[in-house]
Design a protein around this ligand. Sequence first.
Ligand code: BYC
Length: 310
Amino acid sequence: MSEEQKLQEFEKRIEAGDVIEPKDWMPEKYRKQLIRMMSQHAHSEYVGMLPEGNWITRAPSLRRKMTLLAKVQDEAGHGLYIYSATETLGADRHDLIQQLLNGTAKYSSIFNYPTLTWADIGTIGWLVDGAAIVNQTMLAKCSYGPYSRAMIRICKEENFHKKQGYEIIANLANGTEAQKKMAQDSINRWWWPSLMMFGPPDKDSPNSAELMKWKVKLKSNDELRQRFVDLTVPQAKAVNLTIPDPDLKFNEKAGHWEFGEINWDEFWQVVKGYGPMNKERMKVRNDAHDNGTWVREAALAYTKKREKLN
Ligand code: BYC
């Protein structure tokens, strides 16, 4: 079969809703797109541990500390599933991690903002995990089997993350004046960056057309962003918190919440490495990697010894 015929067969399978598995033929561009997107996703899970991780020692109760610890561990697990899934495409996990550490790989813009108060931990669970669920529920139906299966498990865990975050925010919103203020301030800072998580507007998204053609993405960046806004506005109202957008209004006819202009200059600045915390995040991730050298060496020595004994 010629390459052209293989491509036609592949596209027929995609059209029919087939799931593509690692040993199936796939166009090189499909493989490359998946490695790009999945590795950025895995890096986001890894770097995403940092803003919350620095609150583990400052959680306000033992219950909150245990929950946060479990959540941060879950994020590490998500990174590992997705790095494993990239290996089914022939990527080398060490190369990918090296790209993250040397600053040549992208990860989600959202993790370059600081966690200034305890309320930020609630807001991350509610808004950031909430946005991730909207995106990943779609990806759980994507055309590549290992990625879609990883997403099913990840979404289950993210749902728990979102609930714990919303519970923190609801408690603060029902608390003292100072607690309410802290919750509102946190939403004011995280709302717009959460909308940016879905990526640039469709008209400026170079990868979307190809990803949608191959059913890696089933919905566009703007469609998912709108769904997130529609789901989240009533949740904010339920706890009497205000979304920091004077242009927010419900369009009865369309059945959607219309929202204001996103600051795309800020988004691109953050993506290019000039966000409030980019440098700090990369330093901490590199330090953690360096400090873990002895663990990797010990694990390798142990494996080699066991291989000799067997
Ligand atoms: N941040 O053509 P586009 C979590 C880049 S972690 C940075 O629309 P695409 C959690 C994009 O990569 C879950 N970069 O791209 C963890 C592209 O650059 P390149 C995070 C962004 O791929 C811990 C360029 O802009 N979720 O939940 O079609 C604690 C043009 O964009 C961003 C995922 O990773 C961004 N926000 O669509 C708590 C989901 N947006 O590569 C929670 C998986 C865009 O061409 N990823 N860029 O140089 C996706 O669904 C898609 O990759 C995106 C972007 C929707 C993000």
